[in-house]
Design a protein around this ligand. Structure first.
Ligand code: PEP
Ligand code: MN
Length: 265
């Protein structure tokens, strides 16, 4: 897998901010919320790519499960107006088809999908012959082989623009984190796939706003290639992950505070 392309070489992000910074709401909720959030991000930060959840993998039923296809239409409009690439989560073949129909630039596989080889294979099959970069989040449980296997399935579908994203792991132990970082696992992944770019999602590791900065700093200190940070124009009233989302203003502060190694190109 030596021919996996580092994210900085991906056509879609080339020339944009380095380290990679991906930001946007946990969920697209309304057209206005998505627009206000993304506009606020673009005005405040040198960002690489927007993100938004369209279909939300909620743990319990009867909670907000995402707006579905209409959200892709909103995001397409936003990214065209702001001249920014965007990424969304896909969890089945239909999601892949719709995300590509609305010209999403990068797809990501969520933690609850990475655990399931059937799901990952379905996504990989839907991607055969398609040239779109894919970000693979770690599985929710600390099983490195599942993460490696998901990356291999996407690779075997012909895709070479693949990045790994560390969002922490479920753990029975009570810790200050929502998902335990277990920093050794992504480091081991990187030793097995040296060319793969490694991103960190401090939002889902932290679970609370006050930990976004220290987790981001730790990732950059460990030489990660970038960050994906959930950002919302009105975090307290977010329909999902309200406690961990930050405003575009705070995002700008966090990214300014994170000490980025000078020699990173
Ligand atoms: C998300 O990014 O909003 C999300 C659902 O993430 P994860 O798959 O890491 O839980
Ligand atoms: Mn989320």
């Amino acid at each position: 897998m030596e021919d996996i392309q580092p994210i900085k070489n991906w056509e879609v992000v080339r020339g944009r901010s380095t380290p990679i910074a991906i930001a946007g709401p946990c969920s697209a909720e309304t057209e206005e919320q998505l627009y206000q959030t993304c506009k606020g991000i673009k005005e405040n930060v040198d960002i690489t790519m927007l993100r938004a959840g369209i279909w939300k993998p909620r743990t319990r039923p009867n909670t907000f499960e995402g707006v579905g296809e209409i959200g892709l239409k909103w995001l397409k409009n936003v990214k065209e107006e702001l001249q920014m690439p965007a990424t969304v989560e896909v969890a089945n073949a239909k999601h892949v088809e719709l995300a590509l129909k609305y010209e999403m630039d990068v797809l990501w596989i969520g933690a609850r999908s990475t655990v399931n080889p059937f799901t990952v294979q379905e996504i990989a099959d839907a991607l055969k012959g398609v040239n779109v970069p894919v970000i693979v989040k770690n599985p929710i449980n600390p099983d490195l082989a599942l993460w490696l296997g998901a990356i291999e399935r996407i690779y075997n579908s012909g895709i070479r623009d693949i990045a790994a994203l560390h969002r922490g792991f479920s753990s029975h132990e009570e810790t200050k984190y929502r998902n335990s970082p277990m920093w050794q696992l992504p480091i081991t992944l990187k030793s097995k796939f040296p060319n793969i770019s490694l991103l960190c999602d401090p939002s889902h590791i932290a679970g609370t706003r006050d930990l976004i900065y220290p987790v981001s700093q730790k990732a950059i200190d460990l030489d990660y290639d970038g960050l994906m940070i959930e950002t919302h124009c009105d975090p307290d009233n977010a329909l999902s992950d309200a406690k961990q989302q930050i405003t575009p203003d705070r995002l700008a502060e966090v990214l300014a505070e994170v000490k980025i190694r000078k020699n990173k190109t």
